[in-house]
Design a protein around this ligand. Structure first.
Ligand code: FAD
Length: 400
């Protein structure tokens, strides 16, 4: 069991104070207006929560993923959107750049994130979701630059994020060389176009949009290629993405925990049949199950985050934590709503928002089904190709 140090408890407390005093009061409004909470971003920036995992030599605080998850849970308890902003300002794209990037790339990314930018990570395409390696966005080298063409969708922060880490297939003479990441800054890079916004169910304060690349040119120095090289580029970039998965799991945990705490209070204060409803065993067992799921999720998340050291969380540990936390959050937010009866169904209380916000975490960043397949592959020590001829090709490769 991983336990936080005194310094980490202080960090958690600072995050809790900010979340309760400044983030909570604006959460319902952020959901209602569907506007990106720039005021929250300003407060997070001032508090040093944007880019806290950036190494000190690049101006950050050099904090760990474990530190970051303590902050993320506090934000997500009161506002899922703000929790997600903290994830993307400390993990995912920024984690990949800080690990694999050149000095120039690190300085560029740090400058934006420390000033309050939440980078966008652009992987998913209309015809390449779970099968992400089937992406068709291409990067073709021309006179020391890459020309990028293609279309991504469901990109969190489309239209508000400045930095973009774009996954694209590197082409040479019409032949794919592998997948790399490319850094581009919105409004400074011609051909980076923000497309239509999705009318999402929850987490409405962050836009989910298409991002389109039309002959978008970036300097060749903006390619982020993991040390394993281009052929294993996607795998390397996805190793960095395990950090983001821990972050997403923590937002789910925070939303669940927030709804559980509200339900716990309500169960003690609401009376029916002349007694507090908390005296009914039917509700006691719900609360007990909610607490079990949340504690188990927290333990898996903390374990995976602490195990990262100064690298990335382990793939299996990150996937296990995300499956557990995302499925728990859906159950817990729905039970919390149920414990409130009709009041839970009203938009005057946060329960219906929390249930909508929690719903996404078994989908975004790797579905629960795909993550289970990854976990199975890891525990069985087997490759688990999902395309029809995958096993045939795999055994052919092994035989050769
Ligand atoms: P599909 O791949 O079409 O899957 C449909 C269903 O089939 C799912 O239930 C899936 O689990 C199941 N399925 C597919 N293949 C298998 C299989 N082999 N075995 C078992 N079941 C399978 N993407 C980004 O790149 N950047 C972002 O910032 C980003 N943000 C997002 C934010 C939100 C709110 C959401 C909802 C999505 C976001 N995504 C983002 C996209 C997300 O990563 C994809 O939605 C996800 O990878 C699944 O792809 P898909 O939606 O195309 O579903």
């Amino acid at each position: 069991m991983t336990l936080p140090s005194n310094a980490q408890l202080d960090l958690q407390l600072a995050a809790r104070d900010l979340a309760q005093a400044e983030i909570l009061p604006a959460a319902a409004q952020t959901d209602k207006t569907e506007q990106y909470p720039w005021d929250n971003v300003e407060k997070l920036t001032q508090a040093g929560f944007m880019g806290m995992t950036i190494p000190k030599e690049y101006g950050g605080r050099g904090l760990s993923y474990y530190d970051a998850v303590l902050v993320i849970e506090e934000m997500a308890k009161v506002c899922g959107v703000t929790g997600r902003i903290v994830v993307e300002a400390n993990m995912g794209a920024i984690g990949a750049v800080m690990k694999y990037g050149s000095n120039t790339q690190k300085e560029l990314a740090a400058k934006h994130v420390l000033a309050g930018d939440k980078p966008a990570i652009c992987i998913t395409e209309p015809n390449a979701g779970s099968a992400a390696t089937e992406m068709t966005t291409t990067a073709t080298k021309k006179d020391g630059r890459y020309v990028i063409n293609g279309k991504k969708h469901w990109i969190t922060g489309g239209g508000v994020s400045k930095m973009h880490l774009i996954f694209a297939r590197v082409m040479e003479n019409g032949v794919s060389q592998g997948i790399a990441g490319f850094l581009a800054v919105r409004d400074e890079t011609e051909g980076l176009i923000i497309g239509k916004r999705e009318p999402a169910m929850g987490l409405r304060g962050i836009p989910e949009t298409e991002v389109i690349f039309e002959n978008m040119e970036v300097d060749e120095g903006m390619a982020v290629i993991p040390p394993e090289g281009l052929k294993r580029g996607f795998a390397g970039l996805m190793t960095a993405y395990n950090g983001q998965r821990i972050g997403a799991a923590t937002v789910a945990l925070g939303i669940g925990q927030g709804s559980y705490e509200v339900a716990l209070d309500y169960a003690k204060s609401r009376h029916q049949f002349g007694r507090p409803i908390a005296e009914f065993q039917g509700l006691q067992w719900k609360l007990a199950d909610m607490s079990i799921g949340l504690e188990a999720s927290r333990a898996l998340i903390h374990n995976a985050a602490a195990g990262a050291g100064d690298g990335f969380p382990d793939m299996r540990a990150a996937a296990q934590a995300k499956v557990m936390a995302s499925e728990t959050a859906i159950k817990v937010t729905n039970e919390a709503l149920q414990i409130h009866g009709a009041m839970g169904y009203s938009r005057n209380l946060p329960l219906e928002r929390m249930a909508r916000d929690a719903r996404m975490f078994t989908i975004g960043g790797g579905t629960a089904e795909i993550l289970r397949t990854q976990i199975a592959g890891s525990i069985l020590g087997m490759k688990t190709p999902q395309n029809r001829d995958g096993y045939v090709n795999y055994s052919r490769e092994a035989a050769e």
